[in-house]
Design a protein around this ligand. Structure first.
Ligand SMILES: [Mg+2]
Length: 377
C-alpha cells in the first residue's frame, strides 16, 4: 500500500461562534493506492497563514508522503519534520502544515485497518467527557451575557468557557471591576454546580498585578481554571500568579507548537492544565506525545479544538485516551465547518461528549462543502 495523491483545500468561512468573522482552516485529503481516502485539517485562522500553509504543502512538504506506506505514520512524521528543518522545526507555519497531513495519515490508516483513532492510540480510558460550551458572548451587557451563558447550561452543557478580548460588543477583559461583576453575574445565572472557565487570551495585555488581583477577586466564584492571562513564554509571570493565588488553577499552552515547547512548559511547573490543538502541534502524532509527557507529570490536559469537525473528532479520541482530561469543549452555535463539513458532527448528548463511530477519525466528510468554501490561492 502506498499514498498516491495529496490534495490541499484552503477553506475560508464565516464563524457563527465568533460574530461571523471570517476564519480559515486548511484541509488535506490523502488517497492510497487502493482508493482509500484520509482527511485532516489544521487551524490556520488568518488568510496569510492559510496561503502560506497551502503553498508549503503544494510546493514541497506534501511530496514527502507520496509513495510512502500509510501505515508508517511515525516515520512519515519524522520525515515531515526533517523536511522543514530550516524554516519550521522550531514551530510556526510548518507545524500547522504537518498537522493537517499527520491528521489525514491517522484517518487513512484507521480506514485501512478498520480501526478508529482511539483503538490505534491504545484504547479509551473513559467513554465520555463532560461537555463545555466554549463561547464568545454576543450580548453587550453583563445581564444579557449571563442569560446567554446560562442558556448553554440549560441546554445540557456542564461547563461554560468564556473568551475575553473577542470581537463584538462583549468588551470583556478591558475593565477589571466589570470583569469581576461579569463573573459574579454568570456564576449566579448558571448555578453552583456548573463548571466555569475564563479564557483571557491574546488580545488582553494584562500585567502581573492586574492578573493577580483579578484572579484573587474571581476565585470566590469557583472557576475551574483561568486561561492564558500572559504571553505563553512568560513562565515567570505564570509562576508569580500561581504563587500569589494558589486557590486558582491556571491553564495555557494553546499558542505552543510542539513537544519541545510543552516540555519546557512542563519542566517549568507553572501550569495546572495544558491546552493542546491537534491542528497546530504537528498533528495527532505531536499531540499524543505531548499528552504522554503531561501524563508523566500528572498535569491535566485539554484539547483546544475551535476549528473544523475533523479537528473535533481527532480531539475527542485523543482526550478519551488521555490520562488526565477534565472536559471537552464544543462551539455551541451551529456552524459551517462543524455541521456542514461532515455528516456526523460531534455534539453533546445530555451534557456529555462521546467519540464518533467509524474508522479513522470517524468523521464522514462532505466533499461538496470542502470545495464550496475552498478559496483560490
Ligand atoms: Mg484559550
Amino acid at each position: 500500500m502506498q499514498i498516491k495523491k495529496i490534495d490541499v483545500f484552503p477553506m475560508e468561512y464565516p464563524e457563527s461562534n465568533d460574530n461571523m468573522s471570517v476564519r480559515s482552516i486548511v484541509v488535506v485529503r490523502l488517497e492510497a493506492s487502493d482508493g482509500t481516502v484520509g482527511w485532516g485539517e489544521c487551524i490556520s485562522i488568518f488568510h496569510e497563514a492559510t496561503a502560506s500553509i497551502t503553498a508549503l504543502i503544494r510546493h514541497g512538504v506534501g511530496d514527502v508522503v507520496l509513495d510512502k506506506d500509510p501505515y508508517d505514520i511515525e516515520a512519515i512524521w519524522e520525515a515531515l519534520r526533517d523536511k522543514v528543518w530550516w524554516y519550521g522545526n522550531v514551530g510556526g507555519i510548518a507545524a500547522l502544515a504537518i498537522s493537517a497531513i499527520d491528521m489525514a495519515l491517522w484517518d487513512l490508516k484507521g480506514k485501512l485497518l478498520k480501526l478508529n483513532l482511539s483503538q490505534m492510540l491504545g484504547g479509551k480510558l473513559r467513554e465520555r467527557l463532560p461537555a463545555c460550551a466554549s463561547s464568545h458572548p454576543k450580548a453587550a451587557t453583563i445581564d444579557d451575557m449571563a442569560l446567554e451563558l446560562a442558556a448553554h447550561i440549560q441546554n445540557g452543557y456542564q461547563y461554560v468557557k468564556v473568551g475575553f478580548g473577542k470581537k463584538g460588543h462583549a468588551n470583556l477583559g478591558v475593565d477589571q471591576a466589570r470583569d469581576v461583576s461579569f463573573v459574579k453575574a454568570v456564576r449566579s445565572a448558571i448555578g453552583e454546580k456548573a463548571g466555569f472557565i475564563i479564557d483571557v487570551g491574546a488580545k488582553c495585555k494584562w500585567d502581573i498585578p492586574r492578573a493577580v488581583s483579578t484572579a484573587k477577586a474571581m476565585s470566590e466564584y469557583q472557576l475551574a481554571w483561568i486561561e492564558d492571562p500572559f504571553f505563553p513564554d512568560n513562565f515567570n509571570a505564570y509562576h508569580h500568579l500561581r504563587s500569589a493565588v494558589p486557590e486558582m488553577r491556571v491553564g495555557f499552552g494553546e499558542r505552543f507548537f510542539n513537544l519541545q515547547d510543552y516540555g519546557r512548559l512542563l519542566d517549568a511547573d507553572v501550569c495546572d492544565v495544558i491546552l493542546v490543538d491537534p491542528g497546530r502541534v504537528e498533528g495527532i502524532t505531536g499531540m499524543w506525545k505531548i499528552f504522554r509527557r503531561a501524563a508523566e507529570r500528572n498535569v491535566a490536559v485539554n484539547a483546544h479544538t475551535w476549528a473544523g469537525a475533523l479537528n473535533t473528532a481527532a480531539s475527542i479520541h485523543l482526550s478519551l485516551c488521555a490520562t488526565n482530561p477534565i472536559l471537552f469543549e464544543l462551539k455551541p452555535a451551529p456552524g459551517i465547518v462543524q455541521h456542514e463539513l461532515v455528516t456526523n458532527p460531534v455534539e453533546q448528548r445530555e451534557g456529555w461528549v462521546y467519540a464518533p463511530e467509524g474508522y479513522g477519525l470517524g468523521a464522514d466528510v462532505i466533499e461538496d462543502t470542502v470545495r464550496k468554501y475552498t478559496i483560490e490561492i
